[in-house]
Design a protein around this ligand. Structure first.
Ligand SMILES: [Zn+2]
Length: 381
């Protein structure tokens, strides 16, 4: 599958490995067009962004008056959240810094987090996820053969942030998510990591034991309770500045002695193996393509530079064997079991119950509400 010849976009490096891709008469793909016509409206890498962000910082300060923390920051050790951590320090905000340890931190990630926390003088709260829960979820997802194996890790990351925020009376969640490096992503590749109904359905079908401590976030909590009752807001500060990943990394190296990872997502050994081996092998999805395409449309890279990057191997053979051996040891499975799990039949996440129906109902309710009251409510995402 990964060997197939794909038609590629004339502007970015997305191709027909995204089954829903379309091209216009100039050979430019729907992702590039959507970036220019829709995404760009929410991206402010300019003076306007500076002013908008200053106003949001002021709101965060006011909301946090008299409280120990004014915002919450999830720190994974990756470049985006690490860069955000030093910026938050420069803006004079007082974040509760949370690291969710799902068991896959590389040594380098731990060292980077320590260096950042020391430099910014933050208190770090580490939430260690119950490993037996994580293990059972990982194995369930592998047996299910769905594309997004990152869900168990991503869901607990966001759920922990929300739970920490509410228990500390914090209204603002700062996210390192950004359009400059993630503006392009094919919808068909993944379902939402927030969909707890999907997660529980996959786990109840393929898991071997009930989850003990793994906390999910429900549809009601995510779309109603947190945004409307608790008035919580997720903000993405990197969308209000000229966020250039290479320059961000340089600044991190210079100011805190941050050490770069050899591969994207080198902060999590799970995500590294999943993105560089499982997805390309099993689904033909190379996540470098949307990432590099995002860098092209946001002006950080040329198409030729991206093509050179794509020509590099996803893994060196020795490195892959070391990572698979570690993975098997950690999940307490044999190499033969690992190979079997990689070969399970492919399922789409919608082969299992999802919260999409509830989402459509909520959208409809919001449209009716807007028509009656004249007030627009934006669906939270
Ligand atoms: Zn394109």
């Amino acid at each position: 599958m990964s060997q197939a010849i794909h038609q590629s976009c004339a502007r970015c490096v997305m191709d027909t490995s995204d089954p829903e891709i379309t091209f216009d008469e100039n050979g430019v793909c729907n992702h590039c067009i959507e970036f220019e016509t829709v995404t760009r409206k929410n991206w402010f890498p300019d003076e306007e962004g500076r002013a908008r962000w200053a106003a949001i910082v002021e709101q965060i300060r006011i909301a946090g008056t008299g409280k120990e923390y004014d915002c919450i920051l999830g720190l994974s050790g990756g470049v985006d959240s690490s860069f955000l951590a030093i910026k938050v320090h420069e803006w004079g905000l007082r974040p509760l810094v949370v690291h969710v340890d799902a068991g896959w931190n590389s040594e380098l990630a731990v060292a980077n987090i320590e260096a950042l926390v020391k430099h910014c003088n933050y208190d770090l709260h580490t939430h260690v996820v119950d490993w037996e829960d994580m293990r059972d979820l990982h194995l369930a997802y592998l047996r299910a053969g769905v594309a997004n194996q990152d869900v168990p890790q991503d869901h607990i990351f966001f759920a922990s942030l929300y739970h920490f925020a509410t228990s500390n009376g914090i209204r603002y969640i700062l996210s390192g998510g950004n359009l400059a490096t993630e503006g392009i992503f094919p919808r068909s590749w993944h379902g939402s990591a927030m969909d707890a109904i999907n997660l529980k359905a996959i786990h109840s079908k393929y898991g071997e034991r009930p989850l003990r401590q793994y906390k999910t976030i429900s549809f009601f909590e995510y779309y109603v309770w947190y945004p409307f009752v608790k008035k919580m807001r997720t903000v993405r500060p990197l969308n209000y500045m000229l966020y250039d990943k290479a320059k961000a990394l340089e600044e991190l190296e210079r100011t805190v002695g941050y050490k770069p990872y050899a591969r994207k997502h080198g902060e999590s050994l799970f995500t590294k193996l999943f993105q560089n081996y499982y997805l390309p092998q099993k689904f033909g999805y190379d996540k470098r393509k949307p990432h590099l395409s995002s860098l092209i449309v946001s002006g950080q890279m040329t198409r030729n530079e991206a093509l050179e990057k794509l020509a590099e191997p996803l893994y060196e053979p020795d490195e892959l064997e070391i990572d698979i051996a570690y993975f098997c040891k950690k999940l307490r499975i044999s190499r033969a079991q690992f190979d079997e799990l990689i070969k399970t039949p492919i399922h789409h996440h919608t082969d299992f119950p999802t919260w999409d129906g509830r989402y459509r109902l909520l959208k409809r309710a919001q449209d009716i509400f807007a028509r009656i009251t004249g007030r627009q409510i934006r669906v939270y995402s």
